[in-house]
Design a protein around this ligand. Sequence first.
Ligand SMILES: [Fe+2]
Length: 261
Amino acid sequence: MVNPFFEASTGSFCYIVANPESRCCAIIDAPLGLGCGDTVVNTHTADAMLDWIHAHEFVARWILETHVHADRPSAAGYLKSHLLCAKTAIGDGVPNLQGYDQLLGDGEKICLGHTHGRVIATPGHTPGCVSYQFDNAVFVGDTLFMPDTGTARCDFPGGSPILLYKSIEKLLSLPDCTRLYVCHDYPGDRRRNRCVTTVAEQKLANIHWRATTCADSFAALRSQRDRTLAPPRWQAISIPANLQCKDIGEIQVLLTQTMNE
Ligand SMILES: [Fe+2]
């Protein structure tokens, strides 16, 4: 079972994947909150996840990150201090990662009681991006967005639109009914936020990625779009904090330093 949570200040979706038989669960991409004029990071969404886990009597085994988020600090360090049975983990494709309990490679298993998920390397947005598959659900991080908003940017350090093209090809080779859970949705005023789509829906309607589009054409379109995007507001805090799985106290110090510069 999949339980989505939405962190409004950074527009981020995050998830709890729970196995009702074993009572084990995994947390994916939990953010700290940080509004425009905020001087203090908040734990509203992470606390809602903790409340859900306790109320439903699950044991968290994993605190997973799909990548080093550039747009908001992760709540992984904060959650780890509250969930003593859980391991923090992230894909192993980025140098200088520190503080995580485990670095995960392509194909690695994620044990969740009697079942397991698997890691799918999906670089492009960043070199270390991974997706997590549990049964028919895949948590795709920043790769695909909803079909009408296309794909994730590739202009962060080590990003590559060619690699993103190949990663999307890999995701869309899964069965059509596979559910794809995204990290962000940017619908503007057109519709409500959505967090889940399917392989079939993406193959039919993604505005950036088509099976008939070659990698070079996709890369040209993606790079052109990336040149129009501003850097994320909290990049200077988020990248160092998330490379090192920092706890909330250290992240607050980083925020204070940044605001005083
Ligand atoms: Fe991202």
